[in-house]
Design a protein around this ligand. Structure first.
Ligand code: FE
Length: 222
């Protein structure tokens, strides 16, 4: 992919009036889940978290992620001294990852039916929990087998600034807000863009008993 210039970042927004205009391949479904759906998904998510609690994992730099991570699905994304990879078992427990709850698959199928990737069939869901002060540095998702498959992220809880950059780490990154109930698709020309989480806005969750922000990131890893 060629480096993105600022002009290329000014593609038409999927949602008219959404600032800033998002580049091709990046689709934000603002408010895809209404409040009752968010509450219902939160109940399901808590079951997953009971089976596989989030942990802060080691990064390549030798530190720890500020977000607590866990997974569900056939495989889970993991990071430790051995590097970044998908694992069939939970390294924190030695057991398998919890399976996808039907409620997760239902959301993915519903959002993808109206997308350029209606056949998307995820096998991994990375769950990140961001509390006040947590962030995620700019990175690419590149541990998956097939980059023609998109990445689908559901946000629950506090609002966050999502950063979208270009094809190179040093390319200018532009923030936009992701809110509880939003679904973000990164595919096509935007699949390999650098991205991250700049900050969380504590106390902004419309679901009152969610502390912080959860992201559910669905991928076809294998
Ligand atoms: Fe990512």
């Amino acid at each position: 992919m060629k480096p993105m210039t600022p002009a290329q970042l000014a593609f038409p927004a999927f949602e008219p009036g959404l600032p800033p205009a998002l580049p091709e391949g990046l689709v934000l479904r603002r408010g895809f889940l209404d409040l009752p759906e968010q509450k219902s998904l939160w109940i399901t998510l808590q079951e997953v978290l009971k089976a596989a609690p989030g942990v802060q994992t080691r990064t390549k730099g030798g530190g720890y992620t500020s977000a607590a991570m866990t997974n569900c699905g056939k495989v889970g994304w993991w990071s430790d001294a051995k590097g970044y990879r998908y694992t069939p078992t939970n390294p924190a427990s030695g057991g398998p990852w919890p399976p996808f709850p039907n409620a997760f698959l239902e959301v993915v199928q519903r959002v993808m039916a109206e997308s350029p990737w209606p056949g998307f069939a995820p096998d991994a869901c990375l769950i990140n929990h961001y509390v006040k002060g947590a962030k995620m540095g700019l990175h690419q998702d590149k541990d998956e087998a097939d980059f023609s498959q998109p990445i689908v992220t559901v946000s629950l809880g506090d609002t966050a600034d999502f950063l979208i950059g270009g094809a190179a780490r040093g390319d200018k990154a532009v923030p936009f807000k992701v809110q509880s109930g939003d679904v973000l698709l990164m595919g096509g020309a935007s699949r390999m863009r650098f991205h991250g989480i700049r900050k969380i806005y504590p106390g902004t969750s419309p679901v009152s008993d969610i502390g912080g922000r959860y992201s559910l990131t669905f991928r076809k890893a294998l």
